[in-house]
Design a protein around this ligand. Structure first.
Ligand code: GDP
Length: 336
């Protein structure tokens, strides 16, 4: 890879090469988007603006589940079915663990070996951002670029922890939760909020001696789902089972996604959801831009550590301190 070729690249050059499906350029452009360096931010913005009108033509699928449930095995099997059917598949992985502890849950092992050598697939881990919101923001932008490069199925993979699923849910068309059975209280393991978000629950590892447990867990979950009110999108979440390892039951997941697409495109929910997600993106962009404007402000930089000291000494409350800082910020902006 000759990266010096990018030295004189304008945003237009990037957009054109991405549109032609050039993977090296796509990767480089995603790195620019992820970069926090100021010099990259304008270029990143211009690339996104250039790509936006060319994007949107894909199915965005969120895949989540606890570590070890079989996400990468599943995505590999699923992705191979898609590429065999002439789809181009991009897999963007969000790994929140790398924010919290050194190392990462998703990135440490060799994952998706078959898919990563498939010319119709593109796999890209999202490095940790300074906040989960930040990561989500960058992932949304990476989706736009991948779509411009002709990837028509975008899989967003994430570890099932807390806020993370909410962020992913706000950027995908279809949300898939991979689960395990056999550990006993499966329903407790599936958090209430996730039940409301998932469009399909897939019990993985339906093989060896595990199948009987899976039948029970599936019936339990189906019973529980009946108690939830019908969703506004006209879709009742389904429960499937598969063995990602043996590549059994994967095609059924794809068929189900196609059923979902048909129903929600017919009843208008597909487009409505995309529009709503754009609004969420807009709100998040405002927050992110304000946040960066605030923290890059010279006056704020000068005052911040002083306020932090005072807060530690409890000579000022965090709320009062934040209000005073915002006052400093607004006065400084006005005087410019
Ligand atoms: P991730 O952490 O969710 O990405 O999980 P991995 O895909 O890395 O899988 C974790 C472990 O479960 C690996 O040892 C896989 O080989 C195994 N595994 C994944 N899917 C299946 C399956 O369908 N059946 C069985 N028996 N093992 C599986």
């Amino acid at each position: 890879m000759n990266l010096s070729q990018f030295q004189n690249y304008t945003a237009k050059d990037y957009t054109k090469a991405i549109q032609q499906g050039n993977i090296t350029t796509l990767s480089k452009a995603i790195s620019i988007i992820e970069s926090t360096a100021e010099k990259h931010q304008t270029l990143a913005q211009e690339i996104i603006e250039g790509c936006l009108p060319l994007s949107g033509n894909s199915i965005r699928v969120g895949v989540t589940g606890v570590p070890g449930v079989g996400k990468s095995t599943f995505i590999e099997a699923f992705g191979k079915i898609l590429t065999k059917n002439n789809h181009k598949v991009a897999v963007l992985t969000i790994d929140p663990s790398s924010n919290l502890v050194k190392g990462s849950i998703l990135g440490d092992k060799t994952r998706m070996i078959e898919l990563s050598t498939d010319p119709k697939a593109f796999i890209r881990p999202t490095p940790s951002g300074d906040s989960l919101g930040g990561v989500a923001h960058k992932t949304r932008e990476a989706i736009i670029l991948c779509e411009t490069a002709g990837f028509d199925i975008i899989i967003i993979e994430t570890v099932g922890v807390g806020q993370n699923e909410i962020a992913v849910h706000s950027m995908v068309d279809f949300f898939l939760l991979l689960s395990l059975a056999g550990a006993g209280d499966e329903l407790q393991g599936i958090k209430r909020g996730i039940i409301e978000m998932a469009d399909v629950f897939v019990f993985n590892k339906d093989d060896n001696n595990n199948s009987a447990n899976i039948r029970i867990a599936k019936a339990d979950l189906e019973r529980a789902l009946h108690l939830y009110p019908a969703k506004e999108n006209g879709w009742n979440p389904k429960v499937l089972t598969c063995s990602a390892l043996n590549k059994i039951g994967i095609e059924e997941v794809w068929n189900l996604i196609n059923d979902y697409i048909k129903i929600t495109k017919e009843n208008g929910f597909w487009d409505a959801k995309r529009k709503q997600q754009n609004e969420i993106w807009f709100e998040e962009a405002i927050k992110a831009n304000l946040f960066s404007l605030f923290h890059n402000n010279k006056e704020i930089k000068n005052s911040l550590s002083n306020y932090k000291n005072q807060i530690q000494k409890q000579s000022i409350s965090p709320i009062k301190a934040s209000k005073e800082l915002i006052d400093i910020f607004t006065k400084n902006i006005k005087s410019k």
